[in-house]
Each structure stands twice: as C-alpha cells, then as structure tokens.
Write a protein that binds this ligand. Structure first.
Ligand code: VG1
Ligand code: CO
Length: 548
C-alpha cells in the first residue's frame, strides 16, 4: 500500500501518567484529538531513547479486550507504529488479544513489545473506561522506570508520526503492507494454546470431562469467551455450554467484567444450587484475573495461590521439577508464605501490580506469583493468567480426584487459614485521600509496641520495596500494620481508578482452624482500622462501597 508519511504537530496532555496497570481514563478522554496518538508516540520515543533507535528489524504486537473504541485505537496505533519504522506489526484478529495471550505472543515471536488496549475489569463503553498498556520484550508490563520515562515524554511531546492510509481489515487473517511495515492479522489464540500445552496434561484434563466433571466458566462478555470456547469446549472436550457469556461485547453487556461476588452473581447463584456443577470460574475483561468457586464455596485468591503452590509439582507436568520460589503482592494474604516455607523455597513480597514480578521471574527467582485482586500466574508468561489458573485447578482436581471444597479444607488443615477481606471506599475526594495517607505515613511508625485488636503491634510502616534484581526502590506502597499474632491491616490508594480516589483496606487474620465465621473473625481488625483511618470523620462514610 502506497502511503504518505505525516508529521503531525501536537501539544501535551497533562494527565498521561500510567498507574498500577497502564494509562486508564474515561473513554471520552481517550477519544479527544491526539490523546491516543500522544501516548503511543511517547512510548516509541522513550523506547528509542533507551537504545533501540531502529525499529525496522523489530516486531510490535497490538491487541485489546474488545471494549468500545478498541478498533479505532488499533487503527491509529498501526499507522503510528508503521510511521515510526516498525518492520512487522502483529495484531489479533478482530483486534482481540487477552492480556496473557499478548504476553505469550511477544515472547514466542521475539517482539520488541506490545500495546494492549484495555481497562481490565473496569466497565466499557462511551461513558465508561478505556486504557492503554505497554508491555516490554519479556512479555510483561513495563516497569516503573519505563512508564515514568513514557510519562516524561507525554509532558513535552510536540509531534507524532503517522501515515495517510486506509484502515487495515482486522477481521481477515493475513498480511498487508502499511507504508514500509508488514502488518499481520494473526489468530489470537494459537500462540497462547501452544504455551499452555507445554505446561498441562491436556489428555488428563480431557479424561476429567469424559468422566462427567462439570464446569461453568463465565467469560463475562470479555475477551476470554473465544479462548474458553476453544480451549475448554474445543480441546478439552467439556460439554458445549460450559462457557457462559462467551461473546466479547464492547460494553461487556452493560456490567463490570470483574470476577467477584457482585458482578458474577449468576455464577454464584448456580454454584449454590443443590445440583451445582463441580467447579465455577470467571475471568475479567482482559482475561488476566480469575475467580474459582466450588459447590457452595468461594476460594479466596490468596488461598488459590497457596493451593496451586502446594499441588503444582505433584499435579501439573510443567512444574514437575518443583518451584524455584513464589511471590505475592504485599496486601495479598500470607497463605502462600506458609506453603513456601514447607516447600523450602523463597517467598517474595512486592508492591501491588504485576509489573513488580517481572524481574523475579526473569532472573529465575520465582515460578508462581499472585495478588489478592483475583490474579494468579506463573513464569510461562509475564502477566497474570485467568485461564491458566482454571487449568491449574482442573489439574489439581483431576490429580487428587477431590472436590474444590475438599482441596481447600485439606489446605487449611495442613497450613491453617488466612481469613481475608478487602474493603474498598470508592469515589473519595482525591486531595483529602492523599492528605490522609500523608498523615498516616507520619503517624503509624509510633504504633509499634502498642496494642491493637487483642494483639501487640509488631511493626507499622509505609511499605517500601527494593527490587533484588535491579536495585530500584519503590516507596509509599501502602500502610502496613503487622500484629504479633500474624494479623495484618493494610491500607493503600488504588492506582487504576478513573474518578476520585479509592481507598483499599485489607484485613488478614491467621488461625489454625478453617471453619470460623469470616466477618466475626476479622471484626476486631475492621474496628481498629476505623479508628486509625478515621474514614467516617474524613469522608462521612460509615461502610465500604465494596467488600471482596
Ligand atoms: C488493582 C489491583 C492490583 C492489580 C491491578 C491491575 O490495582 O489491586 O492487584 O494488579 O488492579 O489488575 P489498584 O491500584 O487499583 O489497587 V487488572 O486485572 O486491572 O490489569
Ligand atoms: Co485484568
């Protein structure tokens, strides 16, 4: 295709600093002139500055979760990438790529990086949210050093490069030329399946379904529908209808594509019926989060990570030689720490956000990683991976011929249980919330040695992390109050919201027995946090907006 290269003058937007997981804003903000273009050009400018001046031998991957504005953003990104000199650009058919599949494609195809269009579990639509995330050569989210450099470029951008060219037909697989670049529309599923095929025993999993095992997988009208159908119903021969809400929709059917009790209510209802299936699972909009349910039982994400760590070597061929180590984000429950101790492998504690696991995995320090926010994954890719987690659980159940409930009870019997909850206070005044965190940062260290919720405060601080690989330091990652009975109260502000501030409070209490009532067990911690954070006094809120 003959096309004209253009240099378009532009002016900076002030609000293009990426958060916990990429740049997330209201869709309308993204639809403003040059908003996408500025950010994408800033990505390329910062990569070039890092020492990859010539992109002609490089591959870039582009895809998204299918939300409103996905296709438009992709069309303009293809042109900007071609004008910036990329030799080859891969784009998922229909503009789709799940987040873990993006990671798999970057790694398998030796790409320089990838641009993901997603706001994850945030709702989609003209009046909802959109996002752009940049992944680096290892397939993982750009670390803070890179996102800060991109941000610096957005502050001074004066021009972007693009082409005058007709749009690429995203629905037809094959190769077309765009300027000097070759654009290949690829199957979004096959690279990902190849990676999973190297880990799991698909024959054994087929056997499970052949024996009548019943699974319901809720794709929440996000990107995992086609993956779930191809892998679960296709390759593993689970009965048709195993995947529900399997069609990706621009607005996710009007709901939040967030796999939790509130947004996957129908799945919860089904799993509580007398004839409930053996297992329920759901993924978020971009396919990196997962929720696991048994008959009438919910597996908390911290427990899920711990159970997978406990059984991986015995039940999943890809981990047959054991785990090198495990990692969890700071707010995530300490259940996996106890498993790591039993396995004799290291356990790392990182700030919130998957980008902090990349160096640990690249350097061979850890195999499994997880977050309390329904994220689990391993070093097969560099993103958390919802369908991978489902296959892990299926493998464990197939290996042990046990139910989800029995597996969980067995885990608690051996390791004790981390009673865990997260309370979110959404839509708070951002300046007031920042002030609160500043105050607490100054105040909490003095709590050490005092008594709180029937225990002594062992330590209290604002979490700071030094990356053991590159030595980079990330400060102010959340207030931690650690009690001497293993209980913890953690508070931090969300870095993924698009409106005001969200305070997340995390409560954990470890007990040897598994059957205590959750709310009652955590009540003294919740009460203590009320006094410490003074949420009612500051914000007039008497209860959280969401409890997970
Ligand atoms: C939240 C979660 C965090 C997760 C991030 C991205 O961040 O707490 O654990 O990594 O979302 O997940 P925050 O800053 O709002 O607490 V996803 O599935 O949105 O890419
Ligand atoms: Co997500």
């Amino acid at each position: 295709m003959e096309c004209q290269g253009l240099i378009v003058p532009t002016t900076p937007y002030e609000d293009q600093r990426p958060g916990t997981s990429g740049l997330r804003r209201k869709t309308r903000r993204f639809m403003q002139p040059h908003y996408v273009e500025n950010f994408v050009q800033s990505i390329f400018d910062s990569v070039r500055e890092e020492g990859a001046p010539d992109f002609s031998g490089e591959t870039l991957v582009v895809g998204g979760d299918g939300r409103y504005h996905n296709r438009e953003a992709i069309q303009s990104i293809l042109k900007i990438a071609a004008a910036n000199g990329f030799g080859r650009i891969l784009v998922g058919r229909g503009g789709l790529l799940s987040t873990p599949a993006m990671s798999a494609v970057i790694r398998r195809r030796g790409a320089l990086g990838g641009i993901l269009l997603t706001a994850s579990h945030n709702p989609g639509g003209a009046g909802a949210d959109f996002g752009i995330k940049y992944n680096i050569r290892n397939g993982g989210p750009a670390p803070e050093g890179v996102t800060e450099r991109i941000y610096a470029h957005t502050r001074v951008i004066e021009r972007f490069l693009t082409l005058e060219a007709p749009g690429v037909d995203l629905d037809r697989e094959g190769t077309v030329r765009l300027g000097d670049a070759e654009v290949a529309v690829i199957d979004p599923i096959s690279d990902y399946v190849a990676v999973l095929g190297g880990i799991f025993d698909f024959d054994a999993l087929r056997g499970l379904f052949r024996d009548g095992f019943r699974l319901v997988f809720d794709a929440m009208n996000g990107v995992t529908g086609p993956y779930g159908r191809a892998i679960l119903e296709g390759m593993l021969e689970a009965p048709e209808g195993t995947v529900i809400r399997g069609t990706p929709l621009e607005d996710f059917g009007g709901g939040h594509p967030d796999p939790d009790r509130r947004h996957a209510g129908e799945l919860f209802r089904r799993m509580s019926l007398p004839d409930a299936p053996d297992m329920g699972a759901a993924c978020d909009g971009d396919g990196d989060r997962n929720m696991i349910l048994g008959r009438g039982i919910f597996v908390s994400p911290g427990d899920s990570l711990a159970v997978i760590a406990q059984h991986a070597a015995g039940c999943i061929p890809g981990y047959g030689s054991g785990l090198r180590g495990v990692a969890r984000s700071m707010p995530t429950s300490t259940a996996v720490d106890r498993v790591a101790r039993a396995l004799g492998v290291p356990c790392y504690e990182t700030p919130t956000g998957w980008k902090f696991f990349g160096n640990l995995m690249d350097s061979g320090r850890c195999t499994l990683c997880g977050e309390e926010s329904f994220g689990t994954g391993s070093d097969h890719v560099r993103e958390k991976d919802g369908i991978w987690a489902v296959l892990c659980w299926l493998s464990i159940l197939a290996g042990d011929r046990a139910s989800v409930g029995e597996t969980l009870l067995g885990h608690w019997r051996r390791f004790g249980r981390s009673y865990f909850q997260r309370h979110d206070y959404a839509g708070l005044d951002a300046a007031q919330a920042a002030r609160m965190m500043d105050e607490l940062r100054g105040h909490v260290p003095s709590l050490a040695g005092t008594r709180l919720a029937d225990a002594a405060v062992r330590d209290a601080d604002d979490f700071s992390y030094t990356d053991p690989v590159d030595g980079s330091v990330s400060r102010n990652q959340g207030i931690r109050i650690l009690l001497d009975d293993g209980s913890r109260i953690v508070g931090r502000l969300s870095g993924t919201g698009t409106e005001g501030a969200t305070l997340r409070l995390y409560f954990e209490r470890v007990r040897p027995e598994g059957g205590l009532p959750l709310e009652e067990t955590l009540a003294p911690l919740v009460e203590a946090a009320r006094g410490l954070f003074r949420i009612e006094e500051r914000f007039g809120r008497t209860s959280p907006s969401v409890v997970t």
